[in-house]
Design a protein around this ligand. Structure first.
Ligand SMILES: [Zn+2]
Length: 409
């Protein structure tokens, strides 16, 4: 190996060490240098050098830790500077759009969600509304000049490479180059990434919510549509192009109702919000507000609402049993309306799993409600937007320094 090759190799190693440090701090908050040594396997002096480099780039700062009563000097506490780099998280849901400005380390500086009537869902209107909301939240934040990425959660089947939406049945979109359109409408100096909303809900719950520390997770998000996000061995399972994980369109009922995807008897037609509302005798347009009424009436013992919840709970168990048998997930996180209805259906669901899931995986699996609520996909969008910086912090820091130089020239 010649000298040039060696130099390149050590540069690659250095970049990946910087990435490892920033990832640890981004996931778990402030850590002492000793903890970073333990977690990364790097030497104390290597950590010191790399932290110095990140500090110069404005990504981390250090503070003296309070002495712990142990002998020796206390190790300084290293933390990411939330304003060192920020991202814009976006979400396109069936009946709302949302935007959030999130700092490095996960601090949410600002967020906003705007309800939209269900009929108003053309691509151009949605993109315009979202761009307007994004400008509003960014305009309120002084950190916006450190924007490093934009990540959008979309209620549809999304190709990850370019944000092409193959279909979004619940808003009626087919073959939309949404990534391109959104980037054009936002006109911001940062890359735009798009992914499916449930995939990003899973990512957010994994980093910041109910699934922290878990490696094998099945997230299901319930609303008008039903989406799934799968984490296998700590990594998202998205399929060949990012279209995978569409558990809501798993065929479960040969005699089932027509689905918006064009098929019939999909899981979504039995457990989605529309199914719950129509079974309980409510208009499907009622939305989340109506779901709350159903839950309130059920809590008072009203038979129609209880029967509808029983139906959803039984079908939820039916589909989950199949997924448990295939994936052995260990943890199932119920997002969207499933988190809300879980207390009402836990027993029915459990009985269905006992009947249909294989004993060994059934015994291992825990089912918990999501902790990030309706904003999980939005916050997952922010996490997606941080990915390039987490993978190569040096490249991004360099970019900012160059921008600063240009500005001062
Ligand atoms: Zn379907």
């Amino acid at each position: 190996m010649d000298r040039e090759e060696l130099g390149q190799r050590s540069e690659t190693v250095r970049r990946s060490n910087l990435s490892a440090i920033v990832r640890e701090l981004h996931a778990d908050g402030p850590l002492s240098r000793s903890e970073l040594v333990a977690r990364t396997g790097l030497t104390r002096s290597a950590i010191r050098g790399l932290i110095g480099e990140l500090a110069v780039a404005g990504l981390v700062s250090e503070e003296r830790a309070a002495p712990l009563g142990t002998p020796g000097r206390p190790s300084p506490l290293v933390h990411l500077r939330p304003d060192g780099a920020v991202v814009l998280g976006l979400e396109i849901a069936v009946d709302s759009v949302a935007a959030a400005v999130v700092g490095l380390g996960g601090e949410v500086f600002d967020r906003a969600r705007v309800d939209r009537p269900r009929g108003k869902s053309s691509v151009s209107e949605t993109v315009a509304d979202l761009a307007q909301l994004a400008r509003r939240v960014l305009g309120r934040r002084p950190e916006a000049d450190r924007l490093v990425g934009i990540g959008a959660a979309v209620v549809g089947v999304v190709r990850r490479t370019d944000g092409f939406v193959s279909m979004a049945p619940n808003v009626g979109w087919i073959d939309v180059p949404l990534g391109q359109q959104l980037a054009h409408a936002l006109a911001l100096p940062a890359p735009v990434s798009l992914a499916n909303d449930a995939d990003l809900g899973a990512l957010a719950e994994l980093r910041r919510g109910a699934a922290r520390g878990a490696d094998n997770v099945l997230f299901i998000g319930g609303g008008v549509g039903v989406g799934g996000g799968l984490i296998v061995d700590g990594k998202p399972l998205t399929g060949m192009a990012g279209y995978g994980g569409e558990v809501g369109h798993m065929p479960v009922n040969v005699n089932g109702a027509p689905c918006r995807c064009g098929s019939a008897g999909c899981w979504e037609t039995e457990i989605g919000q529309d199914a719950l509302l129509t079974k309980a005798g409510y208009p499907r347009e009622g939305g989340l507000a109506c779901v709350e009424v159903v839950l309130r009436r059920a809590a008072q013992g009203s038979p129609a609402e209880l029967a509808a919840l029983e139906h959803v709970g039984r079908w939820l168990g039916f589909g989950l049993a199949g997924l448990i048998n295939v994936l052995d997930p260990g943890l199932i996180v119920l997002g969207g309306h499933f988190g809300r209805i879980h207390p009402f259906v836990a027993q029915t669901l459990g009985a269905e799993l006992d009947r249909r899931a294989l004993r060994a995986s059934r015994a291992l699996v825990r089912i918990v409600p999501a902790t990030l609520g309706v904003d999980a996909p939005l916050l997952g969008g922010a996490e997606l937007a941080f990915e390039p910086l987490l993978a190569d912090p040096k490249a991004w820091a360099g970019r900012h320094n160059r921008l600063a130089e240009l500005a001062s020239a």
